[in-house]
Design a protein around this ligand. Structure first.
Ligand code: CDP
Length: 218
């Protein structure tokens, strides 16, 4: 198995930005696993279905094609809520597991999501659990929406994130939780450069207790 860096954490904690930078640094492919759940939710909505319906959502997950991950309508409140709804369905998660595991064949990969270090790659050499205060995360997502020209209310955005996180934490199937061996990174008040530098420090400090692939860090 190549080097696998598993990054988990709640919504808008800065996982994606960090994962992309770590992937570039280590020359590894990057998979935003949230896109799988977002695209599944979208397929259900396209067909006029209910994302909480198990059979419909599982069929959508099985019908997913790589091109679906490139759709332009996978972000925003409706897609967020549909993703979280389908993500609580065990059959959906099972249908998406192989794709995630195959993605890391070869040199390895950086993946971010909710269950990468616990379920998808419990044997990953490097696991980061990325968090930030609810206020910081709400503000970050609000700024993202503003940047895309989508008018949004800060309190509403923060509320939607709170609901989704609770749903992700409380579900029976692959709940959002830090793996016991995950390194914790709180990005509250950190810009992307500082968060990246801290993540590299954490991974370097793992030297000695980490498997060989991590020991080679510059
Ligand atoms: O970008 P953000 O952090 O808001 O969300 P995301 O990573 O794109 O994930 C969207 C939703 O998909 C989450 O709220 C989870 O319900 C679900 N998800 C999951 O259950 N497992 C993953 N590995 C990734 C996402």
């Amino acid at each position: 198995m190549g080097l696998i860096i598993a990054i988990d954490g709640p919504a808008a904690a800065g996982k994606g930005t960090l994962a992309r930078r770590l992937a570039a640094y280590f020359g590894l492919p990057y998979l935003d696993t949230g896109l799988l759940y977002r695209a599944t939710g979208r397929l259900v909505l396209d067909a006029g279905g209910d994302p909480a319906d198990h059979a419909t959502a599982e069929a959508a997950a099985r019908a997913l094609r790589p091109g679906d991950l490139a759709r332009g309508d996978l972000r925003g409140p409706q897609a967020d809520a549909a993703a979280s709804a389908v993500a609580s369905i065990p059959g959906v998660r099972a249908a998406l597991l192989d794709f995630q595991r195959r993605f890391a064949d070869g040199p390895g990969a950086v993946l971010d999501g909710r269950d990468i270090g616990t379920i998808v790659f419990p044997q990953a050499q490097a696991k980061l659990f990325v968090t930030a205060s609810p206020e910081a995360r709400g503000h970050r997502r609000w700024l993202e929406l503003q940047g895309k020209g989508q008018a949004a209310d800060l309190a509403e955005v923060a509320g939607q994130i709170r609901v989704r996180d609770q749903q992700d934490r409380d579900r029976a199937a692959a709940p959002l939780v830090a793996a016991p061996d995950a390194l914790l990174l709180d990005t509250t008040g950190l810009d992307a450069d500082t968060a990246f530098a801290k993540a590299l420090d954490l991974l370097r400090n793992k030297r000695g207790i980490a498997p060989a692939r991590i020991v080679g860090f510059a």
